[in-house]
Design a protein around this ligand. Structure first.
Ligand SMILES: C[S@@+](CC[C@H](N)C(=O)[O-])C[C@H]1O[C@@H](n2cnc3c(N)ncnc32)[C@H](O)[C@@H]1O
Length: 340
């Protein structure tokens, strides 16, 4: 057992996250013509967010709700959500919680519908799934058990896989047992159904979802510009248009989950206050569109660490009524001079 990989996984350091086995298909997506997407993903990525979501669902949506997983890539994220909430998702009649994975790339949604996944036996943060022996973490053990309950090896193993000019170890192929997720998980894709920017068109006459997940993909919606330059006025406007649509789509007490990468917070550089980044133009836009960081039972906003060992960000944002929402004073300085 390579402890450094588990350690790496537990502390959510990003070192291996870009080495997705699907990187080779990051090519121009014909369905959307102008965009190319990075589909990097892996099972149980930043799983604490889903654990918090599970508690939020139990407390706020005890009679069930729908979860929208936007930017779901090949479905590893969608199935991870389903597995984390499986124990509260009573299946006797109909499941309480249903999850739809959305992605604008039709190619990646085809892969999600096939439900066949490769797990690297050594070098990716979900490598622990390729083994069927206890790890040194109770949390990972439960994920491993759940994975092996629902995903079976196909018998195919690819040796010496090349990703970004590096040769990696064996990749073991698994197939999901779809029946286990009947009526719980489904996938839709394409430039309208898959695009979070079009969420109002798809969900305007449907029951409001309690959770919208859009992780490690925010930089995509601003055409990849944000990683290299500050957010301009036009970009903030576009960002707020999407955030307002998301807010209108969510049910009362609903939550929006974003990733914990600096990139996901549309940050190139960042200023931190006591180890927490909560004052970027992205966060200001969230407040202005009636979101506030979700608090835990001790009334502390929930933070998630990934940007670096010591620096954390708010990744779970709760919908609030416009009346209750006041822009915190920390943003005053943004009116004086741009942060980025
Ligand atoms: C880096 S992957 C992240 C996958 C997964 N959310 C995760 O965190 O592991 C980003 C995904 O977002 C999708 N995406 C890009 N633009 C999108 C948009 N406007 N709406 C929904 N998904 C989008 C891409 O096709 C890609 O599959």
């Amino acid at each position: 057992m390579n402890l450094s990989i588990y350690h790496n996984y537990n502390t959510q350091k990003p070192s291996f996250s870009s080495l997705s086995k699907y990187s080779p298909i990051n090519k121009e997506d014909k369905t959307t013509a102008t965009k190319s997407y990075c589909n990097d993903t892996y099972f149980f990525r930043q799983p604490n967010q889903f654990e918090i979501m599970r508690t939020h669902l139990k407390n706020n949506f005890p009679n069930g709700t729908h979860i929208l997983d936007y930017g779901c890539s090949d479905g590893e994220e969608t199935y991870s959500i389903a597995m984390v909430i499986e124990d509260i998702n009573k299946k006797e009649k109909t499941p309480l919680y249903t999850i739809t994975g959305h992605d604008p790339s039709t190619e990646i949604i085809e892969m999600a519908n096939k439900g066949k996944y490769k797990v690297d036996s050594w070098f990716t943060p979900d490598s622990f799934l390729s083994k069927n022996e206890p790890t040194d973490s109770i949390q990972l053990n439960s994920y491993q058990e759940s994975f092996h309950k629902h995903f079976k090896p196909t018998g195919e193993v690819e040796k010496d896989v090349e990703v970004y000019n590096n040769i990696f170890a064996n990749q073991i192929s698994y197939k999901v047992n779809k029946e286990d997720f009947n009526g719980v998980v489904d996938f839709v894709g394409g430039p309208i159904e898959g695009n979070i920017d079009q969420i109002d068109k798809i969900y305007e006459n449907k029951a409001k979802p309690g959770v919208i997940v859009f992780r490690n993909a925010w930089y995509h919606i601003l055409e990849n510009k944000t990683n290299s330059s500050p957010l301009g006025k036009e970009e903030i406007k576009n960002l707020k248009t999407v955030l307002k649509k998301i807010n209108n789509t969510l049910d009362d007490n609903g939550i929006l989950i974003v990733g914990a990468l600096g990139r996901d917070h549309l940050l190139k550089e960042f200023k931190e206050r006591e180890g927490i980044i909560d004052q970027s133009p992205f966060h200001k836009a969230l407040y202005e569109c009636n979101f506030v960081p979700l608090k835990n039972s001790a009334e502390h906003p929930i933070i998630d660490g990934r940007i670096s060992d010591n620096i954390k960000v708010y990744t779970i944002w709760k919908k609030v009524s416009p009346k209750k929402n006041k822009l915190p004073k920390i943003f005053d300085f943004l009116n004086k001079k741009p942060l980025l």
